[in-house]
Design a protein around this ligand. Structure first.
Ligand SMILES: NC(=O)c1ccc[n+]([C@@H]2O[C@H](COP(=O)([O-])OP(=O)(O)OC[C@H]3O[C@@H](n4cnc5c(N)ncnc54)[C@H](OP(=O)(O)O)[C@@H]3O)[C@@H](O)[C@H]2O)c1
Length: 360
């Protein structure tokens, strides 16, 4: 496989640090550029991060420690000239992120983004590679709008939907009519750990800004279809959510209730989960889990602490599937929010784009 030079924009942040560890020994991608805010620019990665390293169980990659951070906004042309594409995960205002990502794309540097700013831009694909890999075909229309030859923006979905949308997807053949999902989201989803957010110890906060809207709307774009030069959202199912912040370091859990037009048996649901395999598995992309959905028979699983790292944090765990009195079924699911839900999902999307020739 061809090798690609890549940049990480927002390298000093929680998601950026995850990108750094995932890309350290990546078989296709070589990190050539690290960039962040003007506060970090000009410093070594080691000095810029200082005591903000947040990836438990991993140290900063040796090969990146002495790399000098560039300024994500002031150095767009320089960065675009040195890499084949960039990952982007920055904490800035939405309109600033939108403008920044578009500047990179127009400088002919493709952007694989973890930010939410462009998720609802109609010609920007929002991709879960096992579910809607075909949406990357909209990039042709996006390039025409931007006037670029190779530059484009592709995004991954929010971490909150990463557990329940994969579990629901193979059940769509039974006609999902309505979904209720309550999410129990880890503090790393806010870029924090217990040292930086001690108020979360022994606590639950029943509000995560903007999260419920994303959790209800993003699945409909992922399940949408390309019509002309845009992705048109699916009209169903009706989805309602409540999103809570819980005292867990990593791993978003969701309690899901679902009803169908044609109610499947429990065995049919379990079989659909077992058989669910997509383009990443077919192409054997380096970060693809072998088995996307793992079902636990034990009543007390999946647990965030025990199960979030299954298949390198790239698989989704489900459990407690049973019939419900108000909906047809209920179950619980879990996914690692900074791996499959953020940086790992971004790397898998980039692998799909590379395999399909979008960085050439
Ligand atoms: N954490 C998750 O699980 C998760 C999941 C999905 C998506 N996301 C999204 O990913 C993005 C980053 O999240 P995070 O948790 O990694 O945040 P974070 O830890 O707060 O890191 C923010 C990053 O943005 C950079 N930054 C801030 N202001 C900037 C500016 N003006 N110009 C350029 N860079 C700037 C910071 O650089 P300095 O260090 O120089 O300030 C840092 O690298 C957000 O959009 C978030 O919504 C996060």
């Amino acid at each position: 496989m061809k090798q690609y030079n890549v940049g990480i924009i927002g390298a000093t942040g929680m998601v950026g640090q995850r990108f750094a560890t995932l890309l350290e020994n990546h078989p296709w991608f070589n990190v050539k550029v690290l960039a962040a805010s003007p506060r970090s620019a000009g410093k070594t990665y080691e000095d810029a991060v200082g005591n903000r390293w947040r990836i438990a169980g991993h140290t900063m990659p040796e090969s990146m420690k002495k790399m000098i951070l560039l300024d994500a906004a002031a150095d767009v042309e320089k960065i675009a000239a040195s890499v084949d594409f960039c990952f982007c995960a920055v904490d800035m205002k939405k309109d600033e992120i939108k403008a920044l990502e578009e500047r990179y794309a127009k400088a002919e540097c493709p952007i694989v983004s973890n930010n939410s700013a462009n998720r609802f831009t109609p010609d920007v694909p929002m991709v879960v590679p096992e579910i809607n890999p075909d949406h990357i075909e909209i990039i042709k229309a996006q390039r025409e709008r931007l006037g670029t030859k190779r530059g484009f923006i592709a995004v991954k979905s929010n971490c909150s939907i990463q557990s329940y949308v994969p579990a629901l997807h193979p059940l769509r053949k039974y006609g999902i009519t309505k979904v209720l999902a309550c999410t129990y989201q880890a503090i790393s989803g806010a870029g924090k750990n217990f040292e930086s957010w001690p108020e979360m110890i022994d606590n639950v906060i029943p509000y995560i800004g903007g999260e419920e809207e994303k959790s209800e709307q993003e699945p409909l774009k992922v399940w949408g279809e390309i019509k002309g030069d845009e992705i048109v959202k699916a009209e169903s199912p009706a989805i309602t959510t409540q999103c809570l912040r819980v005292p867990v370091s990593d791993g978003h859990t969701a309690a899901v209730f679902v009803s169908f037009e044609n109610k499947p048996s429990k065995e049919e649901i379990l079989q659909a989960w077992k058989d669910f395999s997509g383009v990443p598995q077919e192409l054997e992309l380096p970060s693809a889990p072998k088995q996307f959905i793992h079902y636990f028979e034990e009543n007390d699983r999946p647990q965030a602490k025990l199960d979030r790292d299954i298949e390198g944090g790239m698989a989704v765990s489900t459990g407690r599937l049973r019939e419900d009195t108000q909906y047809d079924y209920k179950f619980v699911c879990l996914s690692h929010n900074t791996l499959r839900g953020a940086a790992g999902g971004g790397v898998l999307l980039a692998e799909l784009l590379a395999a399909k020739g979008y960085f050439d």
